[in-house]
Design a protein around this ligand. Structure first.
Ligand code: GRF
Length: 239
C-alpha cells in the first residue's frame, strides 16, 4: 500500500500531533499515512519535542512576523508532503500554500463551526465564548482548510455536552478528548482517499457523510468512546 506523506503544522504542545502519531501506530500496517514532517513557527513548541522523540523530521519556520509562504512551501516540498494536518497552528496559512494543498489540508477547531471560529478565536477564548453564549453543546470540528480562518468545508463534528458548572478549562479538556479521538481518524480517512473535497467545494466520500456525529457521552472511558466512534463511522477499531 502506498501511504500518504503527512506534514503536521503545530504551534503548541502538540497533543493532537501525538494523538495522530499514536493512532497511526495503533493501526499498524492498516494505516494510510505516515507523518514525515512536523513544522512549527515556534522553536520552543512542545510539538517539535514530540516529533524529535518519534524520530520525525522537524522544521522551524523562521519568519514569525513576515508571510512565511515561501519557507513553508519549500519545507513541504522538500519532504514531499502530500497531506497537511494543522494541529494547533496559530497562524494563517499563506494563500499560495492553501491553494497548492486544496483538498489536502485539514484543521481541527475546538468548537462547532461556523460558530465560535475566525480570527482571534483560539485556545481558551473559544471555550469562554461558548460558555458566555450559554450553548449546550460544543465539540471539535474537522474541516478542509481554505484561505479564510476556520472556514473550509466541514468533514466531521463531534458534539460534546457543555455541563452547568463548566469553566473554560473543564470544557476544553472534554473537547480535547473528542479531538484526540476524532482528528486522527479523519486524517487517516483523508490519507486513504475515503474523504475528499469535490470541485463543487463539498465533501465527498463514503464516510463522514453529514458532518454532525451523535453527541459524545463523556461518562465513557477513552477506550469505550473510541469503540463507539469507530462503530458510528463504520471503522475497524485498532487492536
Ligand atoms: C486544540 O484545541 C485544537 O483544536 C486547536 O488548538 C489546540 C491545540 O492543542 N486548533 P495541541 O497543541 O494539539 O495540544
Amino acid at each position: 500500500m502506498t501511504r500518504a506523506r503527512i506534514g503536521v503544522l503545530a504551534s503548541g504542545g502538540g497533543s493532537n500531533l501525538q494523538a495522530i502519531l499514536d493512532h497511526l501506530a495503533a493501526l499498524g500496517d492498516a494505516r494510510r499515512g505516515d507523518v514525515v514532517l512536523v513544522a512549527s513557527n515556534r522553536p520552543d513548541a512542545g510539538a517539535l519535542a514530540r516529533a524529535q522523540r518519534a524520530g520525525i523530521a522537524r522544521a522551524v519556520l523562521h519568519s514569525p512576523h513576515a508571510p512565511d509562504g515561501a519557507d513553508l512551501a519549500s519545507e513541504l516540498e522538500a519532504h514531499r508532503v502530500e497531506l497537511v494536518a494543522l494541529a494547533g497552528y496559530m497562524r494563517l496559512v499563506p494563500p499560495e500554500v492553501t491553494a497548492a494543498y486544496r483538498g489536502r489540508m485539514l484543521n481541527v477547531h475546538p468548537a462547532l463551526l461556523p460558530e465560535f471560529g475566525g480570527p482571534g478565536m483560539y485556545g481558551a477564548r473559544v471555550h469562554r465564548a461558548v460558555l458566555q453564549a450559554g450553548a449546550s453543546l460544543s465539540g471539535p470540528s474537522v474541516h478542509f482548510v481554505d484561505e479564510v480562518y476556520d472556514h473550509g468545508a466541514l468533514i466531521a463534528q463531534w458534539p460534546v455536552p457543555v455541563l452547568p458548572d463548566d469553566d473554560d478549562r473543564t470544557l476544553s479538556a472534554r473537547v480535547l478528548r473528542a479531538e484526540h479521538l476524532l482528528y486522527p481518524r479523519v486524517v487517516d480517512a483523508v490519507a486513504g482517499g475515503e474523504v475528499r473535497l469535490g470541485d463543487d467545494g463539498r465533501v465527498h466520500g463514503e464516510r463522514f457523510r453529514g458532518a454532525r456525529l451523535p453527541v459524545m457521552d463523556p461518562s465513557l472511558d477513552d477506550r469505550a468512546l473510541a469503540e463507539e466512534l469507530d462503530r458510528t463511522l463504520g471503522l475497524a477499531s485498532p487492536a
